[in-house]
Design a protein around this ligand. Structure first.
Ligand SMILES: Cc1cc2nc3c(=O)[nH]c(=O)nc-3n(C[C@H](O)[C@H](O)[C@H](O)COP(=O)(O)OP(=O)(O)OC[C@H]3O[C@@H](n4cnc5c(N)ncnc54)[C@H](O)[C@@H]3O)c2cc1C
Length: 390
């Protein structure tokens, strides 16, 4: 499937087939997850990649060599392909396994360190991430800078041996549990082009001057935070990439953040449970509704797989990633909506019935799917501009 072309050249083909080796791997992951489930190490959950924080489970995945999968061996990686990684992440998400602890570090911080990090930074962080022991949070959004990320006000000023950081971040998932936060901040005042003058810094969350305030979500969970920097010293060796060129780096990071199968599988455990309870002979209305969802999921999966392949080829597929995220997160919401119309009882979070509990989880988190990682309107703007340039 061809998406679009730039400069009149056919660009990216959305046509990737998984090799047999990836399918062998899929069976290994399924066997591992079936055993973990049988041993009671987790209960399948909607949105588990953001809500299910379990250092024990992340370390088990590290021992299986399923973190840092495509990174070089010298940095603790396993030199597998992006398609192998895709299969592992897909199976973990489908099972609703608790993968939030390592997710951000494995998905986006690691690849960013590989691209922009110093040798010292790579050797320090990547092996620990691949072991499932080192967790990063994302320090982009601020109270007045979400969709308009270039409006950030957190800033760092030069001091001897490093930088002094001042400001605040908001909606920072797991900043109270992660060891590090990758902060986007201003290092020069905005000029004519306000995208110039930003930098990325690795901030140790236990540093003096960093404080973390919880924000409790509608479901009663604490995964969000507000993080405040009060003259935090960041040594030079914790600057990631080039000073004042953080914007390009962040755009690359967002392609990793937006493109994965988690952008269509957050409610997959609910869909599976719905099908299980409907049984092999659902009524016509249910069969049609579920059939529509599954056929859409299949298309989304091919698109997501193709984006993984492009990332692996060193391309930054920002337009494609935006398209897949917009479509995938709409799908995730619809799974909750369709289930709600088919289920006779009102959903309750601690319901003993698994379908009912999963639906409650999905309905309470659904509004966030199309916001986090970039709101849909913003993503559509990126796609529209990409089409204009073609
Ligand atoms: C579950 C969750 C986890 C998150 N985790 C993190 C995290 O770990 N780290 C982090 O940095 N951030 C995180 N975020 C923040 C997230 O990136 C922002 O919520 C998102 O970028 C939107 O920004 P905002 O909330 O400020 O909304 P706003 O930017 O205020 O947008 C509000 C609404 O206005 C619309 N809008 C805004 N501008 C335009 C425009 N120009 N044209 C058309 N419509 C527009 C938006 O589409 C949206 O519908 C998280 C958010 C959620 C929901």
């Amino acid at each position: 499937m061809e998406l679009f072309s730039r400069d009149h050249q056919p660009l990216h083909h959305f046509d990737v087939t998984l090799p047999d080796s990836a399918e062998v791997l899929r069976h290994e992951v399924r066997a591992f997850l079936a055993k973990e489930l049988a041993d009671g190490s987790f209960v399948p959950q909607c949105d588990a990649w953001i809500a299910g924080f379990s250092p024990e489970f992340s370390m088990k995945l590290g021992q299986q060599r399923w973190l840092g999968m495509s990174w070089p061996r010298k940095y603790g990686g396993h030199e597998r392909s992006a398609l192998d990684r895709f299969v592992v992440t897909e199976e973990l998400l489908a099972a609703g396994a608790p993968v939030a602890a390592h997710w951000i570090a494995d998905r986006q911080t690691g690849p960013l360190l590989l691209r922009y990090g110093t040798e010292e930074q790579r050797l320090r962080f990547l092996p620990a991430i691949a072991r499932g022991e080192c967790y990063f949070a994302i320090g982009m959004s601020e109270p007045d800078a979400g969709s308009d990320l270039a409006a950030i006000r957190s800033s760092a000023r030069r001091v001897e041996g490093g930088w002094h950081l001042q400001g605040r971040k908001i909606w920072t998932s797991w900043a109270h549990q992660a060891q590090y936060l990758l902060v986007l901040c201003r290092t020069s005042p905005p000029g004519k082009d306000r995208h110039v003058g930003m930098s990325q810094m690795i901030v140790e969350l236990a540093s003096p001057g960093v404080s973390t305030q919880p924000i409790i979500s509608i479901s009663g969970q604490h995964h969000f935070n507000e993080v405040i920097f009060d003259d935090v010293f960041v040594p030079d060796e914790m600057v990631l990439g080039q000073i004042d060129h953080g914007w390009e780096q962040v755009m690359g990071e967002l392609a990793f953040e937006r493109s994965g199968p988690e952008r269509s599988l957050s409610t997959f455990p609910l869909l599976v449970e719905l099908m299980r309870q409907l049984g092999p002979q659902p009524d016509e209305r249910a069969a049609e509704a579920v059939g529509r969802l599954v056929s859409r999921l299949w298309t989304l999966r091919r698109m997501s797989l193709a984006v993984a392949h492009l990332l692996n080829s060193g391309i930054v597929p920002d337009v494609e990633a935006a398209l897949v995220k917009d479509q995938g997160t709409r799908f995730e919401r619809e799974v909750a909506e369709v289930t709600r119309t088919l289920l006779p009882s009102a959903p309750v979070l601690d319901a003993p019935d698994q379908l009912n509990a999963l639906l409650a989880q999905a309905l309470l988190t659904a509004p966030s799917y199309t916001l986090r990682g970039g709101a849909s309107e913003i993503l559509r703007g990126i796609v529209a501009r990409g089409l204009e340039q073609s």
